[in-house]
Design a protein around this ligand. Structure first.
Ligand SMILES: NC(=O)c1ccc[n+]([C@@H]2O[C@H](COP(=O)([O-])OP(=O)(O)OC[C@H]3O[C@@H](n4cnc5c(N)ncnc54)[C@H](OP(=O)(O)O)[C@@H]3O)[C@@H](O)[C@H]2O)c1
Length: 305
């Protein structure tokens, strides 16, 4: 049905499929996360992205277990990512927090565990300014105990990823950051490459996503005729062109959808190639616009943006 989904190779030799299912949603009906995961695996996804803060670990784990129990996939065929929330950054809290996520997901290990944000808070949301270098020692312990095969970070800026790489005994394999045609992030992507850290694109559809009516007026990418022509030429949608643009920059993507046809569409981006001038057109939609500015963290010591 699909041309083969490509993998990226980490600095530790392990690999990750370049398209994964994102699972964050502000609103969800009971069972919707489980259903999306099941459809995704049926349609050929082998990479699922979640986080303890998404409050869906039980359902995501059920979706995975159902497909394993049906014999469709084995655990080792899947790549599962989870993330450490900001309230568990103390070095000694990391392994226990990861174990709790594994219990909820009914898994023995994660393929990838990320520090979700560089900032740290206590249970009341007050800044505790625990250095991510300290949290990283807990992340390294998780690898030593076999609980996570690889570890990485998310939402780290240039200074933070450089500092972490300079100090880590086990190097981070990825920095999961917002990247899309409207937030191209070339400087941070280039630095990650120099450090052998894979940049992974969250919110890869950026302003194409219909869930963001609040950005009307900034979303020329949804209506611009040039992009329409490119999409028509390849028989693809605007969303697929955006994802393909990222993949051709060798950036893995984790689009989220609850809609079966879109879950299918988002994986179906390996049977065509954008020409150099088409890549430049898509790149030209950049307006450095963050859909996820983390505004509520703005006053914190390690706020990255
Ligand atoms: N590390 C972090 O701090 C962080 C932050 C944000 C996100 N993430 C991760 O990245 C994932 C993706 O980011 P996101 O969910 O913010 O944004 P996104 O994947 O760019 O967009 C999701 C939205 O786009 C719609 N959509 C999906 N496929 C589409 C298509 N082919 N055509 C048109 N619309 C489409 C979805 O609607 P329907 O569901 O209704 O189909 C949904 O409303 C998250 O789910 C999460 O796993 C991580």
């Amino acid at each position: 049905m699909f041309s083969e989904v490509k993998n990226v190779k980490f600095n530790n030799g392990l690999e990750m499929p370049m398209v994964g299912l994102g699972t964050y949603s502000r609103k969800a009906e009971p069972g919707q996360f489980r259903q999306a995961v099941e459809w995704a695996i049926e349609l050929g996804y082998r990479h699922i992205d979640t986080a303890s803060s998404y409050k869906n670990e039980v359902e995501v784990g059920e979706g995975i277990a159902n497909k394993i129990n049906e014999g469709l996939v084995k655990r080792e065929d899947l790549f599962v990512t989870n993330k450490l929330w900001n309230d568990s950054h103390a070095k000694d809290a990391v392994v226990e927090t990861l174990k709790e996520s594994l219990r909820k997901m009914k898994l023995d290990y994660l393929d990838l565990y990320l520090i979700h944000w560089p900032i740290s808070v206590n249970a009341n949301g007050v800044d505790t300014a625990i250095s991510y270098l300290e949290s990283w020692k807990g992340m390294e312990e998780a690898v030593k105990q076999g609980l996570a095969k690889s570890i990485g970070v998310s939402n780290f800026n240039e200074k933070q990823i450089q500092e972490l790489c300079d100090n880590a005994a086990i190097k981070p394999v990825v920095n999961q950051i917002e990247i899309s045609p409207t937030l191209t992030q070339h400087p941070l992507v280039n630095l990650c490459r120099k450090l052998s850290v894979i940049p992974v694109a969250y919110t890869p559809l950026g302003l194409i996503s219909e869930a963001r009516p609040e950005f009307i007026g900034k979303d020329a990418i949804k209506t611009d005729a040039k992009l329409g022509e490119i999409a028509k030429k390849y028989g693809k949608t605007r969303a697929q062109i955006a994802l393909r643009y990222l993949i051709q920059r060798e950036i893995p993507v984790i689009p989220k959808s609850f809609t079966k046809s879109r879950i299918e569409e988002n994986l179906n981006v390996f049977d065509f190639e954008l020409a150099e001038e088409e890549m430049a057109i898509v790149d030209g939609y950049n307006i450095n616009h963050r859909c996820v500015p983390g505004k509520s963290f703005e006053k914190y010591t390690y706020y990255p943006f």
